[in-house]
Design a protein around this ligand. Structure first.
Ligand code: NAP
Ligand code: GDD
Length: 392
């Protein structure tokens, strides 16, 4: 999973710590290493500490060979088809990659006789809890002892990954741990997860590149942290004295609707929501010109200067009253996880984890990243070039 969000941050962290990092990338007809290209090192460099191998979690022989060749001290299994909604479309594949893929790594380490040498981190997930309210602890959070009730093929596959990791730890005395991580985001988050979909769309709307965004369930609540803080925990979990399972979360939960509001606010746009259920929409209520200019580098015309209200939104700056969000039920999931909120007390007290980001600084980081990204598109368009049509 080195080419993914977490894999790229973890690789940076391990390189900083002096590790030799081996990662597995999938063969793809296009380059798929954008997130780690800045770490690439020429294989002829005698001090090479970053190496990519072709492979796939569905290929046991390939995994076994790479593990045999590299004799790793630590394995972080971050590889997965990680999109919950997509898992309903590809349930067998998800079972194979996210579930059996975990077994393939554990079994390769065992067959190669590396049980005592190689520590293994398994990327488990808060999706295991399924958001069942009766399973929260007495303080209202999910913790290491809360029962599981997965609500998607992704969650069900990950539950196999969780238990097979625990089983290999108990059966073969392996240092194999689960990190039960709640949602974590960043400017490198995949474009189709809700936070990144929002920050990309808001940046485009602010720059006049897009009129509105369609989302699904605005009522869902998530415990959102920053991926940089979470990969540090992955490393700490493998440095612990004993192999155990750990919940990593912020302990704060927020609705999707509120994330939308915060993202718009970063570019000086106040939105108001009207209507209910599938008819709910968001409109531009006010624009803080100073904040808008600071965030986008564009000057928003004062009333009278540019006739804000009548300005067409398309290819123009956002206008007061503009409809910027609608609900599209096609983004609803057959079964939804309504609420996630985690209790990271064990990780904080026993491993000394101190996250650096809160939700506000996470949204700021993501918005700054996407405004910068979309400004490149605006620049290209202005110069008469075409831009990629990438839709969520
Ligand atoms: P991500 O951005 O989707 O990255 C997933 C990685 O897995 C990518 O490198 C992807 O390769 C790779 N992969 C997919 N299918 C594979 C296969 N068949 N064989 C080998 N590699 C494969 O996910 P992430 O957000 O970094 O999350 C990392 C891990 O943590 C995942 O296991 C995810 O399920 C889990 N997790 C994530 C969160 C979260 O909020 N981010 C929370 C809890 C748990 P390509 O780049 O080629 O697609
Ligand atoms: N993706 C998406 N797109 N989600 C939407 C949308 C939309 O347009 N509109 C509303 N949502 C809601 C989803 O229904 C869900 O309740 C919530 O936003 C979060 O969705 P995602 O960002 O796709 O993440 P997730 O919580 O389903 O899964 C992520 O977190 C898990 C940990 O809890 C993934 O990273 C998983 O891999 C991870 O295990």
């Amino acid at each position: 999973g080195i080419t993914g969000q977490d894999g790229s941050y973890l690789a940076e962290l391990l390189l900083e710590k002096g590790y030799m990092v081996h990662g597995i990338k999938r063969r793809s007809s296009l380059f798929n290493t954008d997130r780690v290209d800045h770490l690439y090192q020429d294989p002829h460099d005698p001090n090479q500490r970053f190496k990519l191998h072709y492979g796939d979690l569905t290929d046991a022989m390939n995994l076994t060979r790479i593990i045999q060749e590299t004799q790793p001290d630590e394995i972080y299994n971050l590889g997965a088809m990680s999109h919950v909604a997509v898992s309903f479309d590809t349930p067998e594949y998800v079972g194979n990659v996210d579930g059996l893929g975990t077994l393939r790594i554990l079994e390769a380490v065992r067959i190669l006789g590396l049980e005592k040498k190689t520590r293994i981190y398994q990327a488990s997930t808060s999706e295991l809890y399924g958001g069942m309210s009766e399973n929260k602890n007495e303080r209202g959070f999910y913790d290491e002892l809360s029962p599981f009730y997965p609500r998607s093929p992704y969650g069900v596959a990950k539950i196999y990954g969780f238990w097979i990791t625990k089983n290999y730890r108990e059966a073969y005395n392996m240092f194999a741990c689960n990190g039960i991580l709640f949602n974590h985001e960043s400017p490198r988050r995949g474009e189709t997860f809700v936070t990144r979909k929002i920050t990309r769309a808001v940046a485009k709307i602010a720059l006049g590149l897009q009129e509105k965004v369609f989302l699904g369930n605005l009522e869902a609540k998530r415990d959102w942290g920053h991926a940089k803080d979470y990969v540090r925990m992955m490393w700490m979990i493998l440095q612990a004295e004993q192999p155990e399972d750990w919940v990593i979360a912020t302990g704060v939960t927020t609705k999707v609707r509120e994330f939308v509001r915060l993202a718009f606010s970063e570019v000086g746009i106040e939105v108001e929501f009207k209507g209910e259920g599938v008819d709910e929409k968001a409109y531009v209520k006010a624009i803080d010109q100073e904040k808008y200019s600071e965030a986008t580098g564009l000057r928003y015309p004062k009333p009278g200067e540019g006739n804000n209200e009548k300005r067409p939104a398309k290819n123009g700056l956002p206008a007061i009253g503009q409809e910027v969000l609608s609900v599209d039920p096609s983004y609803f999931r057959p079964t939804e996880v309504d609420l996630l909120i985690g209790d990271p007390t064990k990780a904080k007290e026993e491993l000394g984890w101190v996250p650096e980001y809160d939700l506000a600084s996470l949204v700021k980081d993501m918005m700054q990243g996407d405004v910068l990204l979309m400004k490149k598109d605006a620049f290209l368009l202005k110069a008469g070039h075409e831009i990629l049509k990438q839709a969520e």
